[in-house]
Design a protein. Structure first.
Length: 289
């Protein structure tokens, strides 16, 4: 590893390295809009060694690379799992593959969870507003979703659930409320749930409530401008053990990783809290292999 030991290592649990060639044109345009570094992003997506070089430069020890199946809205088919597993095989100890089992796109949900776990996928991503599915749809009879949660729980695969709005064309924001995950936390008490984005920008109080209420619920703070963090979560130190650092780079509105980290480190919160959020909590949930 090329990182300097004097800098505290970071785990960025929410970065979008994904197969850009699969993106539908409207989704691609939403990603590219206003970005001056698109050529760099294409290079990182094509070559894990180049991306690992960026991680070294930024003192990022490990990164969660978020991928999910969304053929209709984003363009990602189930092959996205094979793509990200192969990409992360370049350095499985540093690149954490997040994959996806969209219950409407596979015949045998349990078998697909097993298959992608064997490929090296470390966690599942449910994206309610890009998959047009409520996190608790199994309560209304959609059995395959329950199978996904059951199998993930049995295999100790965390499930990250997108919460908060999406600006991508066709996104169904009605499914993005954190409170819909309350059922999941109750019905699958041993399943680690990570609420991505902490419900921003409309439902932060719901996310905070769920993280405090349920021992198995965590959240990441990706996609939240650091200068807004204490406005959104004034009591974040109360849940310091259950908050994970993430940037959502290169998602819309996230210009760079380095600036985000610098602004977060400048916040008036305890250094111990910063260390837990930047590294310790994710290191506990995703032990080194």
């Amino acid at each position: 590893m090329g990182m300097t030991s004097s800098v505290q290592p970071v785990i960025d649990i929410h970065i979008h390295i994904q197969p850009l060639h699969m993106l539908r044109p409207p989704a691609l345009e939403a990603f590219r809009h206003g970005r001056e570094d698109w050529a760099d992003i294409e290079r990182y997506s094509a070559d894990p060694k180049t991306f690992l070089g960026l991680m070294d430069e930024l003192s990022i020890e490990r990164a969660g690379l978020i991928n999910y199946v969304s053929p209709d809205i984003m363009g990602f088919t189930p092959e996205v799992n094979d793509w990200i597993a192969k990409y992360c095989s370049a350095s499985p100890s540093r690149l954490l593959a997040f994959g996806s089992v969209h219950p409407k796109t596979v015949a045998d949900v349990g078998r697909e969870v097993d298959r992608i776990a064997k490929l090296g996928v470390r966690a599942l991503k449910l994206h309610p507003c890009h998959q047009a599915i409520s996190p608790n749809a199994y309560r209304n009879g959609f059995g395959p979703l329950a199978v996904m949660y059951e199998r993930a729980q049995a295999m100790r695969l965390p499930v990250m659930i997108h919460t908060g709005t999406s600006i991508f064309p066709g996104a169904r924001n009605v499914y993005a409320q954190p409170i819909l995950c309350d059922d999941v936390a109750i019905d699958f008490p041993e399943l680690v749930l990570i609420l991505a984005h902490g419900g921003r920008p409309l439902w932060m109080q719901e996310a905070f409530f769920l993280v405090r209420r349920h021992k198995n619920v965590y959240m990441d703070i990706s996609g939240i401008p650091p200068h807004k963090l204490l406005e959104y979560f004034p009591r974040i130190e109360e849940i310091a053990e259950k908050v994970l650092w993430g940037t959502d780079w290169p998602g819309p509105g996230v210009p760079d990783i380095k600036g985000n980290m610098e602004r977060f480190r400048a916040l008036p919160i305890h250094e111990e809290t910063k260390r837990k959020i930047l590294y310790d909590n994710a290191a506990r949930l995703f032990p080194k292999r």
